[in-house]
Unconditional design. Structure first.
Length: 538
C-alpha cells in the first residue's frame, strides 16, 4: 500500500460518511421504530435491489468465493446463479404476503400465520445464526484482507471497520444502510472488474487460462459424488437454502419490507437477480486466475483463501490497488451494517417488545443499538471455531446454513401454500429440524470421533442433508397438522394463497403495464441463467 492507495481508501471512508450524513439529515426520522428499522417504508426499486445485492456480498464472498474458485473452479458460483431464481420467487410470491401483513420482521409474520412459539424460535435462531454465519465470517474474511494487503494486525483492522460501520448504522438506521449499500456496490464491483481484467492480461487471455487450469475448472455441474458441490445437491439442496435465505431471512427481507409499494419491491428483487449473475465473473473468476498464475509461477499461493488478497497485492498498480482494497472494505461494511440493523430489529421487535409491550419508541431503538454491540462481541468470539468445520470460509457458511434453514423454509413455504397447516405442526417441524440440524453440526465438529451410523450421518454432503431435512420437516408439519385441530380460517385472511382477498379492479388495471414489464424482465433473467448454465457445462 502506497500513499496513493491509502488516499483512495481514505476517500472511500469519507464518501461513505458524507453519504450517511446527508441521508440521515434528509431522510425519515430515526427516533421511531418505523423510521429506524424500515426507513419509513418509502424506498424505490433501485436502492432495494442494490442493497439486496450489496448486503449479501460480504467479505466472505469476495475472499471466500475467490478461494473456493481457486480450489475447485466455478461450481461454487451455482449458489449465486440459483439466487437469481429464488429472488424471482421472493418478488412474485412471498413479498405480496409480507407487505399485505404490514409486519416488521419475519418472526412476527410467523406469529401472524401460526402462533408465538414459532416466532420466538425463529427470532432466537436467526440471532444465533447471525453470530455464527454473518458477523463472525464477515469479520474473519476482512481480517485476511487487512493482514495480506494493508499490513494491519487482524484484530486492529477488524475492530476499526466494525466501529466505523457501527457508528453510521446505529445513528442513521436502515435508510443509511440502504443508501450506503448502493454506493458500496459500485465500489466493490469496480475493484473486482479491475482485478479480473488485469489478471487475464497478465496471464495472456482467456484461452491461456483454460489451458492452464483445465476445462473441469469451468464446469458448473459436478458429479453426484463430488464432496462439496454435487449436481444433485445443487439442483435440489441449494434452492432450499436459497428460499430460507432470500425469502424468509430478516437480513434480506427487511430490504423489501422498506419498499414504497409492492411494485417497487418486486422490481427491486428482479434487479438483484440480474446482479447475482455477476459473481461468477467478478468474484469466482479472479480466484481461478490466481490459481493459474500460481501454476505458471507468477505468484505464490500458500492456501486457497489467500487467492484474492495475493492477486490484488501482486497484480494491481498503485491507485487501483487502493480501489480494490476499498472494494473489499465496501463489501465488508455493507454486510456488517445490514446485519447490525437486522439484529437490532429482531432483538427489539421480537424479544424486548414481547417482554415489555409498553416500551416507548425511543426505548425500542436504544435497545436495538445496545443489543447489536453485544452480538458483535459474540461474533468475534466464535471466529477461532470456524476452522473446525471447513478450511474454506464460503463452504463453512453454506454448510452451517444447511443445518438450520430447511425446517424454517418448510414452515414458511407450506404455511403460505396450505391453510390447513397449524401451529402444532409448525412447532413440531421446527423442533425436529433443530434436533437433527444441530445434531449434524455437533457430529461434524467431532467427525474424527464418530463411528457407525453417526459417522455415516456426519459424512453426508451438506446439500444432500438439506434435502433430507427439508423433506422430514414437511412430512412432520403435514402429519401433525392433520392430527390436530385446524387453524381459524378467518384469522388467516391474506396470509395463505387460498385466503387472499380479491384484488381491486382499478388497481389491477393501473398496475397491468408495470406487471407486464416486470414479467418480461423476469423471463429475460431466466434466459440469462439458462445461457450461463449451458456455456459453463462440459
Amino acid at each position: 500500500m502506497t500513499t496513493l492507495d491509502w488516499a483512495v481508501v481514505v476517500l472511500y471512508f469519507v464518501l461513505i460518511f458524507v453519504v450517511a450524513a446527508i441521508v440521515t439529515r434528509r431522510g425519515h426520522p430515526t427516533d421511531s421504530t418505523d423510521g429506524f428499522f424500515l426507513a419509513g417504508r418509502n424506498i424505490g426499486w433501485f436502492i432495494v435491489g442494490a442493497s439486496l445485492f450489496a448486503s449479501n456480498i460480504g467479505a466472505e464472498h469476495l475472499v471466500g468465493l475467490a478461494g473456493t474458485g481457486a480450489a475447485s473452479g466455478v461450481a461454487v458460483a451455482q449458489f449465486e446463479i440459483i439466487a437469481g431464481l429464488v429472488l424471482l420467487l421472493l418478488g412474485w410470491f412471498f413479498v405480496p404476503f409480507y407487505l399485505r401483513s404490514g409486519v416488521f420482521t419475519m418472526p412476527e409474520f410467523l406469529e401472524r400465520r401460526y402462533s408465538s412459539g414459532p416466532r420466538m424460535y425463529l427470532a432466537i435462531v436467526s440471532i444465533v445464526s447471525y453470530v455464527l454465519t454473518k458477523i463472525s465470517v464477515t469479520v474473519a474474511a476482512g481480517g485476511i484482507v487487512f493482514e495480506a494487503l494493508m499490513g494491519i494486525n487482524f484484530w486492529t483492522g477488524a475492530t476499526v471497520v466494525v466501529i466505523a460501520t457501527g457508528i453510521y448504522t446505529l445513528l442513521g438506521g436502515l435508510r443509511v444502510v440502504l443508501y450506503t449499500d448502493a454506493i458500496q456496490m459500485f465500489v466493490f464491483l469496480a475493484g473486482s472488474i479491475a482485478i479480473t481484467v488485469l489478471g487475464l492480461q497478465m496471464l495472456g487471455g482467456w484461452d491461456v487460462l483454460v489451458d492452464t487450469v483445465g476445462s473441469d475448472h469451468f464446469d458448473l455441474w459436478k458429479p453426484s459424488s463430488h464432496p462439496d458441490f454435487p449436481w444433485t445437491g445443487i439442483l435440489f439442496g441449494a434452492p432450499i437454502l436459497g428460499i430460507w435465505y432470500w425469502c424468509t431471512d430478516q437480513f434480506i427481507v427487511q430490504r423489501v419490507l422498506s419498499a414504497r409499494n409492492l411494485a417497487e419491491a418486486r422490481r427491486g428483487t428482479i434487479f438483484a437477480g440480474f446482479l447475482k449473475q455477476t459473481p461468477l465473473f467478478l468474484f469466482v473468476l479472479p480466484g481461478i486466475i490466481a490459481y493459474a498464475l500460481a501454476q505458471t509461477g507468477h505468484i505464490q499461493l500458500d492456501r486457497a483463501d489467500q487467492a484474492l488478497p495475493v492477486i490484488t497485492a501482486e497484480l494491481l498498480p498503485h491507485g487501483l490497488r487502493g480501489l480494490a482494497v476499498a472494494g473489499l472494505l465496501a463489501a465488508l461494511m455493507s454486510s456488517l451494517s445490514s446485519v447490525f440493523n437486522s439484529s437490532a430489529t429482531l432483538v427489539t421487535m421480537d424479544l424486548y417488545k414481547h417482554w415489555r409491550p409498553q416500551a416507548s419508541e425511543r426505548q425500542l431503538v436504544v435497545t436495538g443499538q445496545v443489543a447489536t454491540v453485544i452480538l458483535v462481541l459474540f461474533g468475534l468470539a466464535w471466529i477461532p471455531f470456524m476452522q473446525l468445520i471447513s478450511a474454506q470460509i464460503y463452504t463453512y457458511l453454506q454448510s452451517v446454513q444447511a443445518y438450520i434453514s430447511p425446517p424454517i423454509a418448510a414452515v414458511f413455504l407450506v404455511g403460505l401454500l396450505w391453510s390447513r397447516a397449524n401451529a402444532a405442526g409448525a412447532i413440531a417441524a421446527l423442533a425436529l429440524g433443530f434436533v437433527l440440524g444441530f445434531g449434524r453440526l455437533i457430529l461434524e465438529l467431532n467427525a474424527p470421533l464418530a463411528w457407525g451410523p453417526a459417522a455415516m450421518l456426519a459424512g453426508i454432503n451438506f446439500l444432500h442433508f438439506a434435502v433430507l431435512l427439508f423433506a422430514a420437516s414437511v412430512v412432520v408439519l403435514v402429519l401433525v397438522s392433520l392430527a390436530t385441530a385446524a387453524p381459524d380460517r378467518e384469522r388467516l385472511s391474506g396470509l395463505t394463497i387460498d385466503t387472499v382477498p380479491p384484488p381491486d379492479a382499478a388497481e389491477v388495471a393501473r398496475e397491468r403495464p408495470r406487471r407486464r414489464g416486470d414479467a418480461a424482465l423476469s423471463v429475460l433473467l431466466l434466459l440469462l441463467i439458462a445461457a450461463i448454465w449451458t456455456i459453463f457445462s462440459n
